[in-house]
Design a protein around this ligand. Sequence first.
Ligand SMILES: Cc1cc2nc3c(=O)[nH]c(=O)nc-3n(C[C@H](O)[C@H](O)[C@H](O)COP(=O)(O)OP(=O)(O)OC[C@H]3O[C@@H](n4cnc5c(N)ncnc54)[C@H](O)[C@@H]3O)c2cc1C
Length: 556
Amino acid sequence: MPKPILLTVDDDPDVLRAIERDLRSQYGAEFRVLSSDSPEGALDLLKELRLRNDGVALLLADQRMPRMDGVGFLQEAKQIFPDAKRALLTAYADTNAAISAINQASLDYFFMKPWDPPTEHLYPQLDDLLDDWRASYRPAYEGIRVLGTRWSPRCYELRDFLARNHVPYQWIDVEGAANDPEAKGLLDALGPEASNLPIVLFTDGTKLFDSAPAEVAQRVGLRTHAQTNFYELAIVGGGPAGLAAAVYGASEGLHTVMIEREAPGGQAGMSSRIENYLGFPSGLSGGDLARRGVVQAQRFGVEILSPQEAVGARVEGPYRIIKLANGDEISCHALMISTGVQWRRLEAPGIDRLQGAGVYYGGGATEALSCKGEMVYVVGGANSAGQAAMNFSKYADRVVMLVRGDSLSSTMSQYLIDQIKQTPNIQVWAHASVAEVHGDTHLEEISVLCSDTNKLERVSANAVFIFIGALPRTDWLAGLVERDDRGFLLTGPDLMKGGQRPKGWTLERDPFLLETNVPGIFAVGDVRHGSVKRVASGVGEGSVAVQFIHQYLSKV
Ligand SMILES: Cc1cc2nc3c(=O)[nH]c(=O)nc-3n(C[C@H](O)[C@H](O)[C@H](O)COP(=O)(O)OP(=O)(O)OC[C@H]3O[C@@H](n4cnc5c(N)ncnc54)[C@H](O)[C@@H]3O)c2cc1C
């Protein structure tokens, strides 16, 4: 951790050198001593230090300087570093001015020039000031910081991206800056650019304005470009199925790349608590499962490109070629599709406009904490909605589950139904669906249609989380890989019509169990037609498919 700073300001180079030398010899072991020969330069430096999240313990300024006097400087500096101790250096003639400045500008002390010997006229008083400062000093956060507003969809997208990719960051809501001197200091240091939200501040002092996930991904070291253009196994989709295939493939010696559009973990990564995955009797969060899977895959040498999206695929002889969203192409011998499913959109007026500003698809991992004491609605009656309701109930004042049917029993596992029944701040509202959402800059109310009474009820709401089933997004494979009418990929026996192998199939064997109509292209997990939509089944299919891949590769 960098040492906190003592900053001294004086336009007289001899005095500046002398005070700097005395400060350094006494305090250099614990503090960095910086100096500036002008108040304007010192203010610029302080802004830089604020953005880098450095700590400033003391500001010591000469009173008589051209353009801005010491008191003026210390007053402005207080806006940037409100907790730093502030002291003035004065000549005897300015004593009266210094005393009144102490009263008016709440300075902490004034020192008389010359201060010789410092052991008598400088250090004892500074020791007191620094002791005071130490007592309330909290070392600054040492990672990246994100400035934004809670209700901005762009800020939400970035925070969600960082959280799902396990990139630690500190969130600073600029709307609360009026009551938070630290945040206010940061905004002052940013000046007019402070309005280009979201802003990301990196530890080396650099910053990104109006930042999007892809830019930040590059800065934090997430890899989006492949190291080479050929792999034995390429996996598209980094949910449980893709991660399992990556771990098994690489551990068995296959040169493997995994391409993930958002963040490894897939849908499971959004789950607050998975309680039915073997080996974790007290459950584990989806984020934890994803993090462990990524570490395990990387240990075996899997190259992970994330965020990166596959947008097309074609076959050239023994090569399967994937086109990526950035225009790059990757070729491989075996291609595994594990792209899962994505949330179905809720069709109701206002939903698209307020998405990310109170309306969220999926678990909204970053939002749970912000829901403290609020009124939260969860739309859907399946396990994913139940888990989310349980999670939000820890923070929200009340959680209401809106379900179309007359109860949860037909759609949810019994263990979750039991938990929900025992949680007093969760209410299940049956025969209910969202008809409209209302609010200017963020969600304020929702209209709920009650199908049993055919009445519309308008209620206040801070957040709506939507879990209404999901569909595969496989258009990029159309014309190459056979799909059912909803877009799920057909594999193995599902491709055999009347005992006939699929059209264009030239090999003298049937497609393997998890192989598509294109030899060497496999599909596993939720994206596969007829799959069981569970973490364990995805992991199982991803692992088993690697055996078929070995058999396929032995004949390429
Ligand atoms: C909130 C929630 C809670 C759940 N709880 C449980 C539970 O408790 N127990 C349980 O067994 N199951 C649970 N499930 C279901 C389980 O998570 C899924 O069945 C499982 O994640 C499916 O894994 P998958 O790898 O097939 O697909 P997914 O998890 O859907 O992963 C697919 C991945 O592919 C990526 N992708 C998609 N298209 C592309 C592309 N073109 N290029 C690159 N990447 C792409 C996506 O971004 C995604 O990360 C839950 C699901 C949700 C949403």
